[in-house]
Design a protein around this ligand. Structure first.
Ligand SMILES: Cc1cc2nc3c(=O)[nH]c(=O)nc-3n(C[C@H](O)[C@H](O)[C@H](O)COP(=O)(O)OP(=O)(O)OC[C@H]3O[C@@H](n4cnc5c(N)ncnc54)[C@H](O)[C@@H]3O)c2cc1C
Length: 511
């Protein structure tokens, strides 16, 4: 996302952008540039290669580096962080892509797998606003406040609310139940579309899930948020990634950007290394942070997998994509406090697939006040909506521009309800669409949250199919978002550590 052109078309920008100077190291005749080699300093062999620098990939790399393994991360983009990223624009604008909110659990995760300083920068958002034809309310997004709202405003019996929250708290990934989220809501709050909206809309934005997805996935994610509210990283995503890189350097993890991994080399059912930038880099263990389907179908090749696994992988559904409108507030202009997150909708009732509508009626405003980046006096607003890649993929250049302008106009019309003179305060505006997400992350269909539920099992089973090959990254709803991705990276790192120790022991035994 970081290099989205003003007209938002990543494709155009790639062909128009000047080649960065660092790609040229001078030439012997003073005319012919010598191409910059991003892998110039790479070693011939590592214990582990991590493909992709999303939060799952980086967290795994850090844990493995800290445990004394030699690790390198290969990232095709120039920024590290994957979807946890930001971009800057002239006029002092900084925009965060996916820093809208995560559960308190991220603090513990950062303390355990990163360091106390990073964890210490995680702070709670003050207020979340819902504004739709069914209700308007402000909430700190905690169990106690939701209970209060459901009982006093929505007139749900207190015992039902308590029973609902207790039921969610007990849910686990290995629960046998096939109940969907929609069925769960109907069981506890029959016919109460307004209650379903309150409970579901934020989670649909947080991980792309719908009423048709398994209730246990909803229960786990919603309970995580409900414990203490919604949190953010003080200093912005740029500061976070800077801090992660410093910790990775301390743990001797090597990072290489501008490196497209083309192939994971597999022979006789075992990983041998990767082909990237025209080189072979050896490693008997590879962790892919690329999308799980791309990992199987493109990076490895389906011929290396069993028939049953291939079928399971083919059946994995991708999650939806997103659209965003980035609104930069001019230096000196201010936005009054309207809430940190505003779930705005003009849709009369709640319907989860409609959150992805091409001409949708629902969006979330993330308002970044100066306290987001302490020391700065700037404001920014990012409007995010769920979206389908297919709606945007087939548009020709003119239609694409028209639709982006329409999206900006719709967004501003909504925002004026909260800040009537907002247009006069904005001096930068640009749009990201599912095409932008696909371009910058290489995720199929520009998926924002990886895969639906079934993706998790396929991801977990990868190492059973190919020895030394692991996956970590947004899958299965639960392992998505900043917290889910980072925690999944930690889970996989522990498995890789055990795998590497076993390899060492067997090598020692054969000596
Ligand atoms: C608009 C939007 C808003 C969001 N808001 C929130 C939010 O408020 N809170 C929250 O918790 N989550 C949010 N998310 C989700 C969250 O950002 C992601 O779930 C999480 O960051 C994904 O991490 P990941 O480890 O799966 O990897 P990703 O971030 O998907 O990164 C994968 C990396 O792999 C690289 N890569 C892929 N293929 C290759 C290859 N062949 N060679 C080299 N590199 C490769 C990519 O370039 C990328 O850097 C949001 C997402 C979007 C899109």
């Amino acid at each position: 996302m970081s290099a989205t052109s003003r007209n938002g078309s990543g494709e155009r920008e790639r062909s128009l952008a000047p080649v960065p100077r660092k790609y040229f190291k001078g030439s012997t005749d003073g005319k012919r540039p010598i191409a910059f080699d991003p892998l110039e300093r790479v070693r011939a062999s590592y214990d582990v290669i991590v493909i992709g620098s999303g939060l799952a990939g980086l967290t795994a790399a850090n844990i493995l580096g800290r445990a004394g393994h030699s690790v390198c991360v290969l990232e095709q983009h120039y920024n590290y962080g994957g979807l946890a990223t930001w971009f800057k624009r002239p006029g002092g604008h900084v925009f965060d892509i996916s820093l809208h909110g995560f559960p308190i659990g991220m603090k513990k995760t950062c303390r355990k797998y990163w360091n106390a300083e990073i964890a210490g920068r995680i702070v709670r958002l003050e207020s979340i606003r819902f504004a739709n034809p069914q209700f308007t309310l402000d909430t700190p997004f905690t169990r106690s406040d939701f209970t209060e709202q459901l009982v006093t405003r929505f007139r749900v019996p207190a015992a039902t609310v308590e029973a609902f929250f207790d039921h969610l708290r007990r849910m686990e990934f290995y629960d046998a139940s096939n109940e969907t989220t929609g069925e769960l809501f109907e069981r506890f709050f029959p016919g109460r579309n307004d209650v379903h909206r309150l409970l579901m809309e934020p989670i649909s934005y947080a991980n792309g899930s719908t009423l048709e997805d398994p209730a246990k996935a909803y229960g786990i994610v919603f309970s995580n948020f409900m414990s203490e509210g919604v949190f953010t990283f003080s200093g912005g995503t740029d500061r976070l990634i800077q801090a992660l890189r410093a910790e990775l350097a301390r743990n001797k993890v090597e990072l290489y950007n501008h490196v497209q991994v083309d192939t994971i080399v597999v022979e006789d059912g075992r990983v041998r290394g990767v082909l990237a930038g025209g080189r072979f880099v050896e490693a008997h263990t590879v962790l892919s942070n690329a999308n799980v389907k791309s990992t199987i179908e493109k990076l490895v090749g389906v011929e290396h997998f069993s028939d049953a696994y291939r079928a399971a992988a083919r059946a994995v559904r991708l999650s939806n994509s997103s659209c965003q409108v980035f609104l930069g507030i001019a230096a000196g202009a201010e936005i009054p406090f309207i809430g940190d997150l505003v779930f705005h909708s003009t849709r009369p009732t709640f319907d989860s697939p409609a959150l992805c509508d091409f001409h949708g009626q629902s969006r979330t405003f993330s308002v970044y006040y100066p306290r987001t980046r302490p020391g700065s006096d700037r404001h920014a607003i990012v409007s995010s909506s769920n979206a389908r890649f297919q709606d945007w993929a087939g548009l020709d250049a003119a239609a694409y521009e028209t639709e982006k302008k329409r999206l900006v106009e719709d967004t501003l019309a909504c925002l004026e309800q909260y800040v009537p003179d907002v247009r006069s305060k904005i001096d930068h505006c640009e749009v990201a669409t599912p095409r932008t997400f696909a371009f910058y992350t290489q995720h199929p269909l520009g998926t924002s949250f990886g895969t639906k539920f079934e993706g998790l099992q396929v991801s977990l089973d990868l190492s059973r199919e190919v020895q030394g090959l692991f996956h970590a990254g947004s899958v299965g709803i639960i392992m998505s978002g900043w917290l889910g991705a980072a925690n999944y990276g930690a889970i996989q790192a522990n498995k890789i550590d055990a795998h590497l120790c076993a390899l060492r022991e067997s090598a020692g035994a054969h000596r």
